[in-house]
Structures are given as C-alpha cells and as structure tokens.
Design a protein around this ligand. Sequence first.
Ligand code: NAP
Length: 485
Amino acid sequence: MASNAVGIEGLPTQLFVNGKWRDAADGRRLTVDDPADGSALVEVADASVDDAREALDAAVAAQHAWAATAPRERAELLRAAYELVNSRAEDFARVISLEMGKPLAEARGEVLYGNEFLRWFSEEAVRVHGRWMQNPAGGSRLLTMKRPVGPCLLITPWNFPLAMGTRKLGAALAAGCTAVVKPASQTPLTMLLLASVLDEVGVPAGVVNVVTTSSSGEVGEALMADDRLRKVSFTGSTAVGKTLVRQSADNLLRVSMELGGNAPFLVFEDADLDAAVEGAMAAKMRNMGEACTAANRFLVHESVAQEFSERLAAQMSALSVGRGQDDGVEVGPLIDEKARNGVSALVADAVDDGARVLTGGEVPQGPGWFYPPTVLVDVPEDSEINREEIFGPVAPVTSFRTEEEAIERANSSEYGLVAYAYTRDLTRALRVSEALQFGMVGLNTGVVSNAAAPFGGVKASGFGREGGFEGIEEYLDVSYVAIPL
Ligand code: NAP
C-alpha cells in the first residue's frame, strides 16, 4: 500500500498472491503513466516469471477447496463484492479515469457495467446443473454433470480495466475456478483495487491472485507451459490472441478469446436518422473509440449519406476534449503515443486516398495523447482505415446503393465481433441481422454490451462468450455417466 498521485488512501500497488500483498521478489516496479500528460502516476510491483509461478501455486492449492464450496457461498461472496464495489464506485471511477484516460462520467459507466458481471454471476453460481435422460435406444440412462475446469489464467486489456476483469473473474469464481489475473501493464491499478475488494469480502486466499508485470509474454508463456493450469481466457488484440492459442496447444487448455473488431455501422434509407446519429455517437465515441465494439466503418445509403455525415460531424465537433477528471470533459486522451500516432496515420492515409475531413483530423499541440473527434467522408472502400481497427475517435463514412451491397461490404472483413444496423423496416431488420456474419448485432441501437447477454465474436474476433447464460459455461467441463437400468 502506498500514498500516491492517484489520491486514494490505501490503493494497493503490490502483487496479490495467496491472499497476501507483496512486492516482486526482485523488488522491480513498473510505472503507471497518466495518458493526459505522460507523467508518472504511481509505481506497482513488476512480477517476474517466478512471482507468477507462485501465484499459480496458490491458485492450484486453493482449487480443490474452492470447487467444493457451496454454490450459494460463492454466490454470496460475489454479491458482497458487488455491494462493496458499489459503495466504492467513486474510487473505482477515479482510478479507471486516471490510469486509462477516459472521462469520469464514462468511468462511472464502466463501474456500473463492470460491476453488473459480479451481480449477474452471483446469480448464475446457483444455476449450474446437469441432466438425466433416457438413452434413445432404451435400456439405460445418461447423467451429465458440470465441474469447474480448474485454475485459470485471465489476461485483460487496458481499455476497460474493470469490466474486462469482472466478466472473466465473475464467471470463473461462480463456476468454482481459481485464477491468476494478469491485467494490462498500462492499467494495473483497477484490478489491484478489485482484488482488495474480493479479499475484504472474504474470498479465500489463493482463489484470486493478481500479477502485474511488464513481462507479459514471458509470464503468459511460463504459466501456459505448466500443466496445472487448465484454462486461459484472453481479451485483447487478435495478434496476441493467436500467439496464446498456439501456446495453449501443448497442454490442450480450454481457451476463450475476445479479440479485435472492425464493426460496420449500417444506415438504411428508411432509418430514423435522429436515432442513427445518436447511436453512431454511442457506438463510435464510447471510450474515445478505444473499444472492440467501436463502430469502425459507417456504411450509409447514398440518399441519406450527406445528411447523416453532416449531423454526425456537428455532434462530434461539439464534444469537449480534455483531461478525463476535469468537469464537462467528454473525450479523454488515447492510451499512449503509439496509439495516437496509429490513429493519426490512418487518417492521413485516408486523406491521401481522397477522403475529405468534415471535422477534426489535426493532432493538437501540448502534452497528452489527445486526438480530436473526426469525421471523414468519401473514404474509398479499400482505404486502410476501413480494414484496420481504428481504436480512436474517427468515423469514416462511405455510401452504398443496395441492401445486398451493404451486407456484402459489412461482411468483407476478417473480423466478426459486432455490427450495427439502422432501419425501420421490420423484415429488412430481421433479414439483415441474419445475414451479418458477426457475433453480435445492434439493431437500431449503438450499444450491445450487457452482462446478461452473450458477448463475443466469430472469425478473427475470437471464440467463446462472456456474460449471459453462456458465460459460466466457459469455465465448466461436462462429464457424463452411463447407467444401465
Ligand atoms: P494487447 O496488446 O493484445 O494486450 C492485451 C493483454 O495481453 C494485456 O494484458 C497485455 O499485457 C497482454 N499481452 C500482450 N502480449 C502478451 C503475450 N505475448 N502473452 C501474454 N499476454 C500478453 O491488446 P490491447 O492493446 O491491450 O487491447 C486492445 C485490443 O483488445 C483491441 O484489439 C480490442 O479490440 C481488443 N478488445 C477486445 C474485446 C472483446 O471483448 N472482444 C474487449 C476489449 C478489447 P501488456 O499490457 O503488458 O502488454
């Protein structure tokens, strides 16, 4: 525990291993920066592979007893954690906003959303069941039961430091699995704060271990090479996800992969344009565009493309950009210099290809990794910005002529996480929803995330689902007993 620039008394900055806070064995620390000005916020312990192995030792040692606890007991612990996060919501929001950059209002939204996974999975913990059925051929019975898969490695990204953790941890704990959590090195504080909440409500030592490290590759590889680990759940980039899937092969781990996206946002000629612009703002600007669900490609029917683009640009240019903790700020900085340079390069490339800038497009002077809300029109379909995940506040708009063309272009991406479609025609809405090759569709809405819904993608966006009734299944094995009768 340390006093720090975050200004939260008792904010943990050490590793959480086997129910104890401790430094890395070799004393190394890593610095957490404020993306609003690049200054150092605080240092946290920087775990080595040996530290991480100790965390896995603890998770393995705790697994048997945790799996044997009554589901109600696990449910009550998760519920108590939900209540405690609620009562400390402002602390969580402040930490999220400071280390990640998002405006406080959005950070409060993440606390509400992320905490819902603890409540949802507290309710799911008591609903794990099997089945009893007659052999179709007669003469015997089939009994199935579900068991926790065992110790898990949970790797989370920086963009939603609480929610990406709770939707894994909630499900894992509810199912009876223990875990080693490895948060992103740029945003480790939120997960450490969550660990302190889980500890305070009485989650037993070793059930949850948090390892903050700048050696993510080495730590991940070492833990996955240990055959006591039984599962890896990862949220992050497709490139790292592919590496982890390869590494998981030797021990045939259960694997869940929540990877990148390239969401199309379709606006048909019969759409309610007010609703479409409002949805576009939500789908594009949540988290400054640094969301896997962010609308990446706006495909708008040619008859409404100009009006839609102008209205979107008017709303985008009215947003106030600044430090996330300042009053009235709606758009914070991007996570780091590399991220901002990447967004800036995609815009420059699109402009080279012939795109026009309706608003934004200029990197501001001064400290911090800010990028202005930007709308581009006349973006050629094959421009890189339409193929890459932008991960920033930039909306490239192109037009289409027919429904078939819109669907074909929407599907022509290696990614398949989420698509959005705006239309008032019910038949078209259903037809388009079926035709879109994505794990999720936002139909006349710019927000799909919901703890009660199965979140996840297809194709290069990964596999597995988080949240919903499906989320807990990722942490359960099914076994079956054949019974002659
Ligand atoms: P990232 O670079 O893939 O990192 C994600 C996590 O993996 C971090 O904790 C990172 O640690 C760790 N990591 C990196 N290399 C590793 C390795 N070789 N072995 C083990 N762990 C490793 O992704 P990001 O930039 O943080 O996150 C943005 C990406 O996440 C975007 O593509 C976004 O679409 C995706 N995302 C997907 C979802 C979804 O649900 N589908 C949700 C949110 C974000 P370090 O911080 O130490 O590098």
